[in-house]
Design a protein around this ligand. Structure first.
Ligand code: NAD
Length: 508
């Protein structure tokens, strides 16, 4: 693995190809969520650092004939593939680093690295296979008309803490494939794997200044990037409140804005999906996975179980039994199935949601508290037990708002119409699932769900070839798929008159 010593010495800004400390000299300790203890020190940037990084990205974009935006597509694709190979080489170390940073299990961290490598390969293949432009029939042989795609320019990429490396790759890979330069700002609490990725980009041969990184808070570094007059595009993944601020900050500059925001994702289970023992076991198992993988800190988490009344008691009883058996602990320990929440502050937010749900009449089936220290010995981090809240309804905050923790709410329905209405009764629209043994019903319901991804008899898988994003307040634009590349491009129509003549509109 490349040498990442700068991560521990506070020199985590990558500007114009050099690793630097913050201009102010400020640093921040990065805490391991499993024990609350610092394990790394990074630069704590502010607006000045953001400005320097944007200037470096602008210089690299302007460059000369050989600059990145004008590098042949085949070379850009080859570089992305080299990055994928380096990720595979460093899979174990990166998986471990992601685990310490974000609290997830090491195995989850490694699977994330596989997905990151896949994203780099996908966008390499996509641009390499494309025609260089689209010839348009102008209706006369005297005109050659072609639509080409050009990079947008300098991109500001702002990412969250739950999938730090994966979310970074969904932006960096298409941005580079399209020929842009960028400044990335990872979450201030989980920047480590993004720092490591910038090293790999350099090792793969990316020219200095194309990829820049500033670590630091959203309200300073992120806000400056969003409003910066020399930034052409802002791609943001995070919560609705911050995303709204980013859109407002970017509006006066009429920048392109892509927003990947939160979700409140329904998992609709029809009784017919549970008619056989295998069907029941699969639906319960997947509902557990939907809600509790990475302690529910997943934008597409199936946090709302919407189950048909006739199977509700059996389903919830089994789900609860299994939720109580989930093994919590440090993500690096053997046999652990769920790590801690990412921070003390985030755990307090989750606790407040559960308290409000209980006040509003929800019935606690399991969890609802921090584990006894002995249960997760020897850790003392930000753990919270998987929690199932029964008898929930749409007026409860816990049903309407994104909790982003290991909290599953249970609602019931009697008819198909009722199920659809409940599943769509959210201001978000990121993802949702329908479970049914009746293929016609499943497709009928899927067709009416107002969500960017709909799973039938599954939950959570995504494909790099398929667009990812949300309806409603889950965002603007799409990542992955051809649309995920299009976000980073401008279309240019070049109209060449092969036999120019005077127009003679004006007589004089
Ligand atoms: P967050 O909104 O608090 O922060 C996200 C990023 O934005 C961080 O880098 C943060 O520093 C920065 N930021 C905060 N305020 C800012 C501002 N005013 N201007 C510019 N940048 C600012 O989100 P989070 O808590 O890190 O992540 C969790 C959220 O991310 C959840 O809502 C989750 O659903 C969402 N998410 C969505 C997707 C998706 O694909 N739709 C994927 C992952 C996470």
């Amino acid at each position: 693995m490349a040498d990442h010593k700068h991560q521990y010495a506070g020199r985590t800004h990558h500007v114009g190809g050099e690793w630097r400390p913050a201009v102010s000299g400020a640093t921040r300790e990065i805490l391991d969520p499993a024990d609350g203890r610092p394990f790394a020190v990074v630069a704590e940037g502010d607006e000045k650092d953001a400005d320097l990084a944007v200037a470096a990205a602008r210089d690299a974009f302007a460059g000369g004939q050989g600059a990145w935006p004008r590098t042949p597509v085949a070379e850009r694709a080859a570089l992305l593939r080299r990055v994928a190979d380096l990720l595979v080489r460093d899979r174990d170390e990166l998986g471990l680093l992601e685990s310490r940073d974000a609290g997830k299990t090491v195995e989850e961290g490694r699977v994330d690295v596989d997905c990151v490598a896949d994203a780099f390969r996908y966008f390499a293949d996509l641009v390499a296979a494309e025609a260089p432009g689209r010839v348009v029939d102008a209706g006369t042989p005297d005109v050659h008309s072609v639509v080409v795609h050009e990079p947008v320019g300098v991109c500001a990429l702002i990412t969250p803490w739950n999938y730090p490396l994966l979310q970074a790759s969904w932006k960096i890979a298409p941005a580079l494939a399209a020929g842009n330069t960028f400044v990335i700002k990872p979450s201030e609490i989980t920047p480590m794997t993004t720092v490591a990725l910038l090293d790999l980009l350099a090792e793969a041969g990316l020219p200095a200044g194309v990829a820049n990184l500033v670590t630091g808070p959203g309200h300073t570094v992120g806000a400056r990037l969003a409003e910066h007059p020399d930034v052409d595009l802002v791609s943001f993944t995070g919560g609705l409140a911050s995303g709204t601020k980013v859109a407002q900050a970017a509006a006066p500059g009429v920048k392109k804005v892509a927003l990947e925001l939160g979700g409140k994702n329904p998992n609709v289970v029809f009784a017919d999906a549970c008619a056989t023992d295998d069907g029941f076991d699969t639906a319960v198992d997947q509902a557990l996975n939907a809600a509790f993988i990475h302690s529910g800190q997943v934008c597409s988490a199936g946090a709302r179980l919407i189950v048909e009344e006739s199977v509700r008691e059996r389903f919830v009883a089994e789900l609860t039994r299994r939720a109580q058996k989930i093994r919590l602990g440090r993500g690096t320990a053997d046999g652990v199935e769920c790590g801690p929440l990412v921070s003390e502050q985030h755990r307090a937010k989750v606790e407040a949601y559960v308290a409000s749900a209980l006040q509003e009449g929800a019935v606690l089936r399991c969890g609802g508290k921090r584990p006894e220290p002995s249960d997760v010995r020897p850790e003392s981090g930000y753990f919270y037990e998987p929690t199932v809240l029964d008898a929930c309804h749409r007026e409860m905050r816990v049903v309407r708002e994104e909790v982003f923790g290991p909290v599953l709410t249970v609602e019931t329905f009697r008819t198909e119409e009722e199920a659809i209405a409940l599943a769509n009764d959210t201001e978000y629209g990121l993802a949702g699932a329908v479970w049914s043994a009746d293929a016609s019903r499943a497709r009928r319901v899927a067709a009416r769900l107002r969500h960017g991804t709909v799973w039938i008899n599954d939950f959570h898988p995504y494909l790099p070839q398929a667009e990812w994003g949300g309806f409603g307040k889950s965002g603007v634009g799409r990542e992955l798929g051809p649309a995920g590349l299009a976000e980073y491009r401008e279309a240019k129509h070049v109209y060449q008159n092969l036999a120019p003549k005077p127009v003679r509109w004006f007589a004089g």
